[in-house]
Design a binder for this molecule. Structure first.
Ligand SMILES: [Zn+2]
Length: 134
């Protein structure tokens, strides 16, 4: 759910998105391996995305995250579900959960895991995406 948008903007509703993420690397080709980087070593980046963002509510603030948690518990209780150990997966971004900000967050995390990361693209649709560059 985004705020500070023009009245009636559809992204002011609680909703979700499916994203594709493209991580690009830049560096010299190593003589020994003939590669810039072993793709298999990008698993840490994929794992970070899957652990923190996949099927997660990306919240703008910690307070928003806690409200989401509370609402999910209330829904489960209303269904007479045993919700005592339930926690909804949330990630606090500390800024609006736009494709631009998500791309920046993934870029920062990916760069921490692999110094050769040069850009991260978050694609919402075939025609819409955001890119964070070095
Ligand atoms: Zn949206």
């Amino acid at each position: 759910m985004l705020t500070n948008l023009r009245a009636g903007h559809k992204c002011m509703n609680m909703h979700g998105h499916n994203y594709e993420v493209e991580v690009r690397l830049m560096g010299p080709v190593e003589t020994e391996t003939g590669m810039v980087f072993d793709y298999g070593d990008l698993k840490d980046v994929e794992e970070w995305i899957n652990t923190h963002l996949d099927h997660s509510h990306i919240s703008c603030t910690k307070e928003e995250s806690e409200i989401i948690q509370s609402c999910c518990l209330r829904i489960l209780k209303s269904r007479k579900d045993d919700s005592s150990e339930y926690t909804s997966k949330t990630y606090v971004l500390n800024k609006p959960a736009t494709a631009e900000n998500i791309a920046t967050e993934i870029y920062l995390q990916a760069k921490r895991l692999c110094s050769l990361v040069s850009s991260v693209m978050v694609r919402e649709t075939r025609d819409t995406w955001a890119v964070n560059l070095d």
